[in-house]
Ligand binder design. Structure first.
Ligand SMILES: Nc1ncnc2c1ncn2[C@@H]1O[C@H](COP(=O)(O)OP(=O)(O)O)[C@@H](O)[C@H]1O
Ligand SMILES: Cc1cn([C@H]2C[C@H](O)[C@@H](COP(=O)(O)OP(=O)(O)O)O2)c(=O)[nH]c1=O
Length: 210
């Protein structure tokens, strides 16, 4: 019997590591091969995700009122709502779902300020993805990319957009990559050129049966 192709694909990494750019390019490559593809992200565009994004924005240099535990619960609730509303129906219909950020984002970001085991507990009901591409990049390079992107797009500053925080997050992602018992985790050298990163991910997917 043929092994089914992995259809729930997640892109993870610190801000500026290139997940959004690559998600678009990999989706395009899969569509060209005839797959039906759903591109999505967390925090999701749904009601809980929209509220979460609002709470993340830093207003005049001051984070809004929700604290780290409240925010962790918002991300987890958004995740389950988004799974039920978007991801599960798309997978049931045979689509490939590519999601920009997922459970590992909560593990890494929320564990900066909350109890690590508790963060994992509140996310245990979210199904584990088939493949999680973890973009590994020096935080200095990622910060330079984010600054350039912000100058171009006028994007708002969010509470994790702080150099020291990004360094701790990069270390958090590397620690997750070192966990031996997680299935489908793939390290991506995000310092390579945009084309080279796309090729590496597409080659991995082809090796998975696409
Ligand atoms: N491999 C790369 N090399 C150089 N610049 C890149 C690369 N990947 C992305 N970028 C640029 O860096 C910025 C951040 O990329 P983006 O995909 O938005 O990151 P993320 O979604 O991980 O925050 C964008 O301006 C993008 O064009
Ligand atoms: C999904 C998720 C995102 N986040 C953070 C990461 C980002 O700083 C922020 C918004 O995500 P996102 O819009 O993906 O940021 P970017 O495109 O700049 O990489 O939310 C968490 O802290 N926990 C989570 O579970």
């Amino acid at each position: 019997m043929n092994t089914p192709i992995p259809r729930f694909l997640v892109f993870e990494g610190i801000d500026g590591s290139g997940t959004t750019t690559q998600l678009r390019r990999v989706s395009e490559a899969l569509r060209e091969r005839g797959h039906r593809v759903v591109e999505t992200r967390q925090p999701s565009p749904g009601p809980i995700g929209a509220l979460t994004r609002e709470l993340l924005a830093v207003d005049g240099g001051k984070a809004r009122t929700v604290g780290p535990e409240g925010l962790a619960l918002m991300f987890a609730a958004d995740r389950l709502e988004h799974l039920a509303r978007v991801v599960e129906p798309a997978l049931s219909e045979g689509a490939v779902v590519l999601c920009d950020r997922y459970v590992v984002s909560s593990w890494v970001y929320q564990s900066l300020d909350c109890d690590r085991a508790w963060v994992r507990t509140i996310n245990t009901h979210a199904r584990w993805p088939d493949r999680t591409y973890v973009f590994d990049l020096d935080p200095e390079i990622a910060l330079a990319r984010v600054a350039a992107r912000r100058a171009e797009t006028g994007q708002v500053v969010e509470r994790f957009d702080v150099p020291d925080t990004q360094r701790r997050l990069a270390a958090g992602y590397r620690a997750v990559l070192d966990e031996a018992d997680l299935s489908g985790l793939v390290a991506v050298d995000a310092a390579a050129s945009i084309d080279a990163v796309t090729t590496a991910i597409v080659e991995d997917l082809l090796a998975q049966g696409f």
